[in-house]
Design a binder for this molecule. Structure first.
Ligand code: PLP
Length: 286
């Protein structure tokens, strides 16, 4: 397996950075998660745009144009003969002395990892996932803004630990005000009385799958209501599904041990899972 490393393609064992990389020392950097289906990269430009926005938000200049980044991503897949893959571009502040100051790191490090990848949750797409609400908050007003895909994912990791301890598949966050935020790696949609709701993206990642889901629902004649939601809306939903590059569109059939609706994936969720499978396998950058 070859990893892109600052313009070179190096074997996995040689794709190593220094302990003085500020990505490692301070979580100072950004990343993306992208999928390829049938040899085509899904929403490539959207992911590259978000990578550069994440970088801008932390005042990090990526030393490649967006076109060069896209080409590097596609070339990483070609070099590894991958058609169905997960792709992880990472840009760290670079290597410097100890100390937070980014001026210690003149040159960012750019890595692109790719690997073969199938469905994240296996047969759970038909059965549905279980969710656990967690005590860790997704805070929309500190440096770990949910909008930045930064190398500091501690909030999400703590949420995942809590979900693991409680025996759930995915953690569900609320923000500092008690509003529904997102999952540890996906956005959330709630269906109630035939209407679809999702939280505004001030307190969650501007998910590319989320945007795709809103479009697919519109194509089905279903409007998505973007509004603040709470614990009540979660517990009383008829259906819930989550969306993410890794998770795709997946039904959530239980929250905190309580069945959602009748505890089975609902009809709108079913249509969404099918529509998402269709769009990922019929579009994308070759
Ligand atoms: N929320 C978080 C915290 C994530 O890490 C991800 C994954 O990228 C998502 C949501 C879903 O976003 P996307 O659909 O762009 O993959």
């Amino acid at each position: 397996l070859l990893i892109y490393y600052n313009g070179d393609y190096v074997p996995k064992s040689e794709a190593t950075t220094s302990v003085y990389d500020h990505g490692f020392l301070y979580g100072d950097g950004v990343f993306e998660g992208i999928r390829a289906y049938n040899g085509r990269v899904f929403k490539l430009r959207e992911h590259v745009d978000r990578l550069y926005d994440s970088a801008r938000a932390i005042a990090l200049n990526i030393p490649l144009s967006k076109e060069e980044m896209e080409e590097a991503i596609l070339e990483t897949l070609r070099k590894n003969n991958l058609t169905d893959a997960y792709i992880r571009p990472i840009v760290s502040r670079g290597i410097g002395d100890l100390g937070l100051d980014p001026r210690k790191c003149p040159i960012p490090n750019v890595f692109i990892i790719s690997q073969e990848w199938g469905a994240m949750y296996g047969d759970l797409y038909e059965v549905g996932l279980t969710g656990v609400t967690v005590s860790v908050r997704r805070n929309s007003c500190d440096a770990l803004s949910p909008n930045i895909k930064s190398l500091n994912y501690l909030n999400n990791i703590l949420a995942k630990i809590e979900a693991n301890e409680k025996g759930g598949d995915e953690a569900i966050f609320f923000d500092q005000n008690g509003y529904l935020s997102e999952g540890s790696g996906d956005n959330i949609f709630i269906i109630k009385n035939g209407k679809v709701y999702t939280p505004p993206t001030i307190n969650n990642l501007k998910g590319i799958t989320r945007a795709t889901a809103i479009e697919l629902l519109a194509d089905m004649g279903i409007e998505t209501h973007v509004e603040n939601l709470g614990m009540f809306d979660l517990y009383t939903a008829d259906e819930i599904f989550v969306t993410g590059t890794a998770a795709e569109a997946a039904p959530l059939v239980k929250v905190d041990g309580r069945p959602i609706g009748d505890g089975k994936p609902g009809p709108i969720t079913g249509k969404m899972v099918a529509a998402f499978e269709h769009i990922t396998t019929t579009t994308g950058t070759p």
